[in-house]
Design a protein around this ligand. Structure first.
Ligand code: SAM
Length: 287
């Protein structure tokens, strides 16, 4: 038996759960799940299954469903339990609550009401991906999911383009090809990145390389599973627009507008779209 029944102080306990391998859970998390007066979860079945795997008895407790959108009623119930001096453990479906997952409203209101809010920290796909990506971790920015709509997604990527930090993004397998395509356009294909998939699971995979290389790897076969993209910050010495224009003019002596844009985009680490626009304008003014 890996857990102990302990006496918990009244308060709200955010419990991190595994992002894949079920044994990635701390002993303290199991103790809290075994001992809390009230259990609540984003997905009640997942939490019950996890407790079952680890032999943590439910006893006479039920698992209450809670996510921030389940509304004020469900939150009121948990806040009332806290007001009654009980210990409440909350887990999201996988990983750490509040990290692209519910819990923020509950945390804010519990703290505002003067209750203890604490955590049993543990797995999160953000940190797992950063650990494996092979990119700097001195400063990183977690950006959650990109917007699903193409226009909003590009706008968000443009906002992120010059942030001096490693970027960490969650993405669905359905949208990853389109998102990486937009990243190539906005960040330039030379930017280093890592596509981290199915971390801690049987088919765990990390594709490290330039955005161009990752984009090419996505063209051969559809990709499945859960994905985190980690993207390096801008590295290229900023070339002046004059230098880039000169390279475009030279390139267009031998290549088409499209090929020149590609060559210059790779050489100077600028977005392909920007190189293409410049090449088109220079092409016009040359006539
Ligand atoms: N709270 C969770 C955490 O701490 O990582 C994240 C929840 S969010 C709703 C789910 C997303 O996290 C997935 O779509 C995927 O982008 C990422 N993710 C979760 N588990 C993962 C895994 N094992 N490998 C790669 N990405 C994962």
């Amino acid at each position: 038996m890996n857990h102990q029944t302990v006496t918990l102080e009244p308060g709200l306990y955010f419990v991190s759960t595994p992002i894949g391998t079920a044994r990635d859970i701390t002993l303290r998390a199991l103790d809290i799940l075994a001992s809390a007066d009230v259990l609540a979860a984003e997905d009640t079945r997942s939490l019950r299954r996890l407790m079952d795997i680890h032999g943590v008895p439910l006893r006479d407790r039920t698992v209450l469903a809670y996510h921030d959108h389940s509304g004020a009623r469900a939150r009121e119930k948990l806040l009332q339990a806290l007001a009654d001096g009980r210990s409440v453990a909350y887990a999201s479906e996988a990983g750490t609550p509040l990290i692209a997952d519910p819990g923020y409203d509950l945390s804010r209101e519990a703290a505002a009401a003067g209750h203890m809010v604490t955590t049993a920290p543990g797995p999160s796909a953000v940190l797992a991906a950063l650990t494996q990506a092979g990119l700097p971790t001195d400063t990183f920015l977690f950006c959650g999911f990109l917007p699903a709509a193409a226009g909003a997604r590009r706008k968000r990527l443009e906002e992120l383009r010059d942030v001096p930090a490693t970027l960490v993004l969650y993405e669905s397998p359905k949208r990853i090809a389109a998102s990486v395509g937009d990243m190539v356009e906005v960040f330039g294909g030379a930017r280093q990145a890592a596509l981290c998939r199915e971390l801690t699971k049987k088919f765990e995979e990390v594709r490290r390389g330039s955005l161009d290389e990752i984009e090419a790897s996505l063209q051969s076969a559809a990709i499945k599973g859960e994905i985190v993209m980690v993207i390096d910050r801008e590295r290229a010495e900023r070339s002046t627009d004059d230098e880039i224009r000169a390279a475009i003019v030279k390139g267009m002596l031998e290549h088409s507008v499209k090929d020149t844009a590609e060559i210059v985009s790779n050489a100077y680490g600028i977005p392909r779209r920007k190189a293409y626009q410049m090449a088109l304008e220079l092409g016009k003014s040359e006539k």
